[in-house]
Design a protein around this ligand. Sequence first.
Ligand code: FMN
Length: 366
Amino acid sequence: MRRFPFVQRLRGVCSFMLFCGFLLKNNLFVAPMAGVTDRPFRQLCKRLGAGLAVSEMVTSNSLLYGSAKTRRRAEHSGEVEPIAVQIAGADPAMLAEAARYNVANGAQIIDINMGCPAKKVCHVMAGSALMKDESLVARILETVVAAIPETPVTLKLRTGWDACHKNAPGIARIAEESGIRAVAIHGRTRAEQYRGHAEYDTIAQVKSERSIPVIANGDIDSPEKARFVLDYTQADGLMIGRAAQGRPWLFREIAHFLATGQKRSPPTVAEILLLLMEHVQELRAFYGEATGVFIARKHIAWYTRGLPGSAAFRQRMNTLPDAAAQEAEIRRFFETLAARSEHLEYTAETAEAANARLGDEEALAA
Ligand SMILES: Cc1cc2nc3c(=O)[nH]c(=O)nc-3n(C[C@H](O)[C@H](O)[C@H](O)COP(=O)(O)O)c2cc1C
């Protein structure tokens, strides 16, 4: 991978982006999502248009380095470069060690998590809780940057702690002064968790004040919304999380719209069936047969959310014991849809689907 000495996006000329010294095919980032953005999902998103995918966070607790979960999260073989790994924690020395560990295991960009509101992260003063203590933030950022001088370090944060403490502009200044190479900002405070709507004014303010790249995040779920957020914030890139769950092709749809102003035709039912089958097979190859079948269930639920008959399908899916039964049921469901129309026809979000989505978010915050 060619490295560049400075960061610059070739706005309006082509969709490439120079980010942290790496040439990305565009400025669309897959948001780190614990339990979601594993290697199979990251690879799929990159293949379907994402310029960069940040891995799920890896703990900075070295006692856990040997655990299967941490080892799996640090596994990048075959992944399209650059490899970006997120670390989380509150102790500068432990975070520095985690950064070195991940660089030794193939990470080419280290991202520090100050965006996650999960209680299990915040209770130990990590994730978005760190934003409360700006001097600790400075110590963490300086220590991690110094620990891996050859590797770019980025920061993911929220707009602040709560509505009265929207200190993302101050944290972004500290980040730039500490040698952080880019910031991604989720347009909500920690107190808002995932409620309400993301706001983009704070992101626009940070972009206007800083010279490092700013990536806008929160509620970007369509090509039109992507265009709006880019224009409104003047951000250098966009980060997309929940909307890509079960819809990894969203990246190519957004990339096409941003580049041409035209909507790309959506994937056919037949193509989605192929992608989903490939995804569940990759999950089994990555996690092993039994865990792969189990983890596939939530992805299958996301791919089918809002489709006619999907509630009953998901219920059946959760009772199927093995890969063969799972694949046969997926095929049957999508073949029924393909017989009705070439493209998926979503029903309005049902109360059941909305509850399931909220459940995901609450589980995350627990
Ligand atoms: C299931 C789930 C897991 C998440 N895990 C992380 C994480 O590990 N690190 C992090 O910085 N943010 C995490 N986030 C937050 C997302 O990266 C992102 O900031 C947030 O979902 C807003 O973007 P969106 O509206 O595009 O989903 C998580 C979000 C979800 C829904």
